[in-house]
Design a binder for this molecule. Structure first.
Ligand code: HEM
Length: 332
């Protein structure tokens, strides 16, 4: 039985509170996620457990600005420079765009200088969802949710009088939307990351800045989002700003509770880079298959941007092994 972690100790800025059971927990979660994935796709290619529907991947530029605050000039953001970027947009849980859902954005920046804490040299990944907070405060709650979903016990998970997860329910209900385009919405890391070598912790967010925004589709078909993306690219390049938010209060902006939004009024997000995608064929069979077979990992990261906190701890093994399983099943 997985217990809850408690964080009664006074926290300091930038401090994570690992409990020592994260690797064991990661193994148990991996076992369950593998089981759920293989039950869903018993043969042939295996789809991702999360961010299941590939909307498309885009090659573009990630340009670090030169007018960013001095203390943000760390790692990838140390110098104003243009990097290649590969970005995957996805639906979190449904293959049918007309259903309300969370959307995901995965970024991989290439030609990055410095050694990664894990993965291939020269790459920096950033993974984000279209809502400022995660429904699960801890990896234990995430685990219980997957288990309950698998056992058809979500009502019990949310409403159990002894251990209810009403906040998770509220967040999941609020986070699901039906946007006109995935190019018009904002994305957040929800969990915290190091910035530099000292105690700084930040969250990431990406906000749209294109001249064009999509209007409501004539029909909310199962693939209307790809149509909106195509139309956008024929009219104008896609623009996003990549932003950092500094943790300025260890209690009100916790690292170990991903359901707590860090107040933007107290610590505003600051734009540090510009992302651009120009017209390209992202929906050919070849481009979609490359995108489906891609994999990202928050630990594919420079030490200056390393993931913080217990939720990020368990993600390393899970993403690594699920990507390996997907590659093996796709004969890659
Ligand atoms: C304990 C917490 C979490 C677990 C267990 C988890 C699990 C997973 C799994 C199994 C995948 C599929 C990986 C693959 O097959 O390659 C995935 C993908 C993804 N997750 Fe998470 N996740 C967690 C937290 C988060 C958080 C906090 C975010 C960001 C807000 C996030 C964003 C994403 C994104 C964007 C993808 C798609 C990656 C891609 O494009 O390949 N996840 N997650």
């Amino acid at each position: 039985m997985l217990g809850y972690a408690s964080f009664s100790d006074a926290q300091q800025l930038g401090q994570e509170s690992l409990q020592g059971n994260e690797q064991q927990l990661a193994q148990e979660m991996l076992k369950l996620i593998t089981q759920v994935s293989l039950e869903r796709d018993p043969s042939g290619p295996v789809k991702r457990l999360n961010q299941v529907k590939t909307q498309g991947c885009f090659n573009g530029s990630f340009t670090v600005r030169n007018d960013i605050p001095e203390h943000f000039k760390q790692g990838l953001f140390a110098h104003a420079r243009r990097y290649p970027v590969y970005a995957r947009f996805a639906n979190a849980s449904t293959m049918d765009d007309s259903e309300k859902d969370l959307r995901g954005l995965s970024l991989r920046v290439f030609d990055v200088q410095g050694l990664p804490v894990w993965g291939v040299q020269g790459r920096q990944d950033f993974l984000m969802n279209s809502y400022p907070v995660l429904f699960a405060q801890s990896p234990e709650v995430f685990y219980q949710f997957i288990q309950a979903q698998h056992d058809d016990g979500l009502v019990g998970f949310f409403l159990n009088p002894f251990d209810s997860h009403l906040k998770a329910l509220r967040i999941l209900l609020q986070a699901r939307e039906r946007p006109n385009s995935v190019f018009d919405i904002r994305y957040w890391s929800t969990t915290a990351y190091r910035l530099g070598r000292d105690e700084l912790a930040v969250k990431y967010s990406v906000k749209p800045c294109s001249d064009y925004t999509s209007s409501e589709p004539n029909e909310y078909s199962a693939d209307y989002l790809r149509q909106a993306m195509k139309k956008h690219l024929t009219k104008t390049p896609v623009c996003f700003e990549f932003m950092l938010q500094q943790q300025s209060d260890a209690t009100a902006m916790p690292i170990e509770d991903a359901t707590v939004e860090w107040d933007e009024e107290v610590s505003p997000f600051v734009t540090v880079a510009d992302i651009e995608f120009t017209q390209q064929d992202f929906s050919s069979d070849e481009a979609l298959s490359r995108c489906e077979n891609a994999s990202f990992n928050p630990w594919q990261s420079l030490a200056e941007h390393r993931p913080l906190g217990r939720i990020n701890q368990v993600r390393k093994l899970i993403y690594q092994q699920m990507a390996a399983l997907r590659r093996a099943r796709s004969n890659l």
